[in-house]
Design a binder for this molecule. Structure first.
Ligand code: ADP
Length: 341
C-alpha cells in the first residue's frame, strides 16, 4: 500500500540545512495499522507530510495506494491525494461551521451534489457515533467529539489511507481509548490502512500491528508490535517500552518495599507481552527452595500477551535465589533485583 525507498528530506534555509529524515526504507501493507514513534524532533511530522504529498523528498521515492507521489504533479497529484486523508492533534476544524458542514466540506470541494452530500454526511455521523450532534458547532463539543468530526471529515471521500498526526495527544486517557477503539473499528470495517505518528507507546501497543521507531531522522527499529515489546533492540525502544510497563510511582514503591523487606531480595518483574500467567511463574519459583511473596503490581492480559510490572520478594539462600531469577529471565520476563543485594 505504501512504499518508501531511500527517502531523505533536507530543509534548506538561508542560514543552514537540516536533514529531517534520511535512509528511510519502509513498507506498509494494505489494511494495516502502522505506528511511527519517536520523540520530538525525530522526523515523524516530516515523514507524515511526505506521505501526504504535502512535501517532496530531497531524494528517494514514495508510492502510496499505487501512485508514485514523488513523480506526479498537478491534477494527477491532486487525484492521488484524494485517496490519502489525515487527522490532526488539534482537530483543524472550521469553527464557524457546524459538525455537518465540517464533514461536508471535502465533499463540497469535490463538487458532490447536495442530496448525495447529505446522505453521506448522515452515514459518517453514524459511523463515528455523533448522532444528534450534527447541528452543533465545534466550540460546543468535547475534545473526543471534535476528533470524531475530524475522523468523519477525513473519511468523507472514501480514502484508502488515513494518516493520524498525534491524533490523541490532546485528549485525556479515557477519551484517547475511545478514539483508538474507533480507529480500530474503522480499520476493520472499511479495510482502511492507517498510519499514525505518536510519542506515546501505549497508543502503539493498543492498536498498531507493526511499528517503526525513529531517532534523529532515521528508523532505528521496526517490526511486529508484540516482538518489539518482547525484545526491544535499540536503547530508545527500550525506553519507549518502559513508558508503558513502568508506572511513574515506581521509584517510591521500590524504596518503600526495600525498607519493608530488609532481608532477601525484592525483584521487579516486567512482563512485556509473554503470555505466561503470573501464578505459573510464582508456582515454579516455589519449587526452588525459597519463600516467594507477591508484593504488589498489576499485570494486564491483552490480545498480544501479558504486560505490566509486579514486585515479588524472594527469601532464601543466595544460590537458590540466583537460580530462580535465572529461570524467570528464561521466560522472557525481565527481572531486576532492587537495592538490597
Ligand atoms: P517530529 O515530528 O518527530 O517532532 P519533525 O519532522 O517536526 O520531527 O522535525 C525533524 C527535524 O526537522 C527537526 O530538527 C526540525 O527542526 C526540522 N524541521 C521540520 N520542519 C522543518 C521546516 N519546515 N524547515 C526547517 N526545518 C524543519
Amino acid at each position: 500500500m505504501i512504499t518508501l525507498s531511500k527517502v531523505k528530506k533536507v530543509y534548506e534555509t538561508k542560514a543552514n540545512k537540516v536533514t529531517a529524515v534520511k535512509d528511510i526504507d519502509l513498507q506498509i501493507n494494505d489494511g494495516e495499522i502502522f505506528g511511527i514513534i519517536g520523540y520530538s524532533g525525530a522526523g515523524k511530522s516530516t515523514l507524515i507530510r511526505l506521505l501526504n504529498g504535502l512535501e517532496l523528498p530531497s531524494q528517494g521515492s514514495i508510492t502510496v495506494a499505487g501512485h508514485n507521489i514523488t513523480q506526479i504533479k498537478g491534477k494527477a497529484l491532486r487525484d492521488a491525494r484524494k485517496e490519502i486523508s489525515m487527522i490532526f492533534q488539534h482537530f483543524n476544524l472550521l469553527w464557524s461551521r457546524t459538525v455537518k458542514e465540517n464533514i461536508a466540506f471535502p465533499l463540497e470541494i469535490n463538487k458532490v451534489p447536495k442530496s448525495e452530500r447529505t446522505k453521506r454526511v448522515d452515514e459518517l455521523i453514524k459511523l463515528v457515533g455523533l448522532e444528534g450532534r450534527g447541528d452543533a458547532y465545534p466550540s460546543e463539543l468535547s475534545g473526543g467529539q471534535k476528533q470524531r468530526v475530524g475522523i468523519a471529515r477525513a473519511l468523507a471521500n472514501n480514502p484508502k489511507v488515513l494518516l493520524c498526526d498525534e491524533a490523541t495527544s490532546a485528549l485525556d486517557p479515557q477519551t484517547t481509548d475511545s478514539i483508538l477503539d474507533l480507529l480500530v473499528d474503522i480499520n476493520e470495517r472499511l479495510g482502511l490502512t492507517i498510519v499514525l505518528i505518536t510519542h506515546e507507546m501505549h497508543v502503539i501497543r493498543k492498536i498498531c500491528h507493526r511499528v517503526a521507531v525513529m531517532e534523529e531522522g532515521q528508523i532505528v527499529e521496526q517490526g511486529e508490535v508484540l516482538e518489539v515489546f518482547r525484545k526491544p533492540q535499540a536503547t530508545i525502544t527500550r525506553r519507549f517500552v518502559q513508558q508503558v510497563t513502568e508506572p511513574e510511582e515506581t521509584r517510591e514503591t521500590i524504596e518503600h518495599l526495600i525498607e519493608q523487606y530488609p532481608s532477601g531480595k525484592v525483584i521487579q518483574l516486567t512482563f512485556v507481552g509473554k503470555s505466561t500467567e503470573t501464578p505459573l511463574i510464582t508456582d515454579v519459583i516455589r519449587s526452588f527452595n525459597i519463600n516467594v511473596t507477591i508484593l504488589q503490581g498489576k499485570i494486564s492480559q491483552t490480545q498480544s500477551g501479558a504486560y505490566g510490572t509486579l514486585f515479588i520478594h524472594l527469601n532464601g539462600s543466595n544460590d537458590e535465589i540466583e537460580k530462580a531469577i535465572h529461570y524467570i529471565r528464561e521466560q522472557e520476563v525481565e527481572a531486576e533485583v532492587m537495592g538490597n543485594d
